[in-house]
Design a protein. Structure first.
Length: 311
């Protein structure tokens, strides 16, 4: 009696494991080389072999239009900005991930401004959108391992089939892929008109600017990123893009320029007054909308530093 019960229990357990594993395999196959949420593009940017890589956090992802660089400079361009991730280590990890899947680009344009954050050790992480990136957690590829570690996914999430899928409520999105084509332009183009009720006009985000004490750390870490690029025969240039006028701090935005120049890194100040003074160009205090991006591009196309750099 007990032996029969144990046999049935083991058989049932094996069946459950087989079913769960099969479902995980099917889901993995379903989302392979696709995005689930539009910006989870670690694998869809494989085999691009771009001439220009656009690098940074949301202010790269939302502001830098690869189509503009393709058309204006006739250089194949890809945007690999990571929404919500402003620390230099996460930004460099994303670049390293790209380089493992592509030839080195000729140029990297790095969105470097007062929102950039230093890191203090390799375990530093910012877990914004961790749920969205959990689609990479199970049995990560060699190329994606470092970013999976950055998000601190645990062993259960990495090795138990369907665990991460259910923990982060991904099943519906992975099956339907309803959001996989959210960003057909290859970056976070946003058509929104600024809703000041939902996103009030204030300068609260200034609290996220790096401090004066962090400036020397950022200088060293930017130097290290530049040295990494040099070893890969990549030319690095930095750019700072507009914030709405209530957020603008001339001293702070000059400080990022000084950090770049002290490292002999070219920097473009695209925080144009004509754009930052008009709320119609933004959908919140620190992100441009489509109109703002287009207005910035009209000025960037005549930016001599950029033209000379990309020759």
């Amino acid at each position: 009696m007990i032996i029969n019960f144990l046999k049935k229990t083991v058989s049932f357990s094996i069946l459950i494991v087989v079913i769960i594993t099969t479902l995980q395999i099917l889901i993995t196959f379903r989302i392979k080389d696709k995005t689930v949420f539009g910006h989870d593009n670690w694998d869809t940017t494989s085999n691009i072999d771009a001439d220009i890589v656009l690098l940074g956090s949301s202010r790269c992802w939302m502001h830098l239009d690869p189509g503009f660089f393709n058309k204006k400079f006739n250089l194949k361009t890809v945007n690999i900005g990571m929404n919500g991730h402003s620390k230099i280590n996460s930004i460099q990890l994303r670049l390293e991930n790209y380089l493992m899947k592509n030839k080195s680009p000729k140029f990297v344009i790095f969105s470097f401004d007062p929102f950039i954050e230093p890191y203090f050790n390799k375990s530093d992480s910012n877990l914004i959108n961790k749920d969205k990136y959990s689609r990479f957690a199970f049995m990560p590829t060699k190329e994606n391992e470092a970013l999976v570690e950055y998000f601190k996914f645990n062993n259960a999430e990495k090795y138990i089939p369907l665990y991460a899928i259910f923990k982060y409520k991904l099943l519906g999105d992975c099956v339907t892929l309803n959001n996989s084509n959210l960003f057909p332009e290859g970056f976070g183009m946003n058509d929104e008109v600024w809703n000041t009720t939902k996103s009030p006009v204030n300068d609260e985000l200034k609290k996220y600017y790096f401090t004066d004490n962090e400036a020397s750390i950022l200088k060293k870490q930017l130097y290290n990123l530049n040295e990494f690029c040099k070893k890969k025969e990549i030319k690095l240039i930095c750019i700072q893009t507009p914030v709405y006028k209530v957020l603008y701090d001339k001293k702070k935005f000059q400080q990022t320029i000084s950090i770049c120049e002290s490292n002999n890194i070219e920097v473009i100040d695209a925080n144009y007054e004509i754009i930052r003074n008009n709320s119609i160009n933004f959908y919140n205090t620190n992100h441009l909308n489509k109109k703002g991006v287009n207005e910035m591009n009209k000025l960037l196309k005549n930016e001599q530093k950029l033209i000379n750099f990309l020759k």
